[in-house]
Ligand binder design. Sequence first.
Ligand code: AQP
Length: 338
Amino acid sequence: MNKKIFSGVQPTGNLHLGNYLGAIKNFVQLQNDKRNQCIYCVVDLHSITVKQDANILKKNIRETTAAFIASGLDPEKSIIFNQSAVTAHAEGAWILGCVSRMGWLSRMTQFKEKAGKDKEKASVGLYVYPVLMAADILLYDATHVPVGEDQKQHLELTKDIAQKFNNDFSVPNFFPSPEPIFELTAPRIMSLRDGAKKMSKSDSSDMSRINIQDDSDLIALKIRKSKTDQEPIPEELIDLEKRPEANNLINIYASMSHSKVEDVLRNFSGKPFSYFKPLLADILISELEPISKKISELLKEPDVIDKILNEGALSAKKISGPIIKSTYDILGLNTILE
Ligand code: AQP
């Protein structure tokens, strides 16, 4: 079946191994299947749900685009653009916000985590973030969305919003029901310091994550210092699952080496983590080092990056423009689109 793929990454700096394995690596694989139509977005409107410095945001938009391309996304094969360049995203978010229910949004765990204890001080944007995400996906009739497992709840919400719009306005199947695509082995990469927390850009400890642009010494150091326990690597999967930090490192190795967790356990069972960690560091360095170098080279030519984003935005508008127009028509709003 031909898949229409949409996904995005926030330009909030410090792209890490979780973003790479959970999302970007999957983007590249999906792009390389010629049957798929792939649209990848630097979701800058999402990033302003928490305050950003304008100059840093500008730099981060280019840096995230460079990371896409350095990881193997090809503007000849995929549409690559930044969200704010296509106004339909903000328009769609308003319309879908009028369909969404407060109760649905108040159940979103990401808002609860990010808003922390003082929810009164969180931005309204952070609260309605998943509605903008629904608009991103539905404006392209996307059928599949490659994301990390942390986005599962938002994807379920997108389906609910699509269905409610279709029901409310008696337009069956107007918005399709998109399916998530998760990385099979390591859909959620955890912090190197705490196996119960996901690896995240906003963790105050840089030692908790491998950044795509870390140099090889730093990657080796972070893996060497990563939290594990005293036990050697187990033989059985069931014994690994009780050990979150060990589980995380083995999953990362399996995902990076395209192997099954069971095979990694078979190869390393009985070995201490002091033996395993340098091998894990090697496999990470050999894949991430060339990407990091390519990002640095691309950033020397910001005009080239801007041209990719501009052309991508034109292509994105060609798809989302007619869909937002149909949405206005369904609602009875008069529109004159260019
Ligand atoms: N730890 C992770 N494991 C697997 N996938 C992950 N993703 C993020 N963290 C992990 C996936 O990366 C994609 C882009 O994420 P994002 O930049 O849009 O926002 P995020 O999920 O908020 O990323 P962070 O790093 O966790 O940022 P903060 O610290 O701000 O919360 C998404 O597909 C996401 O699932």
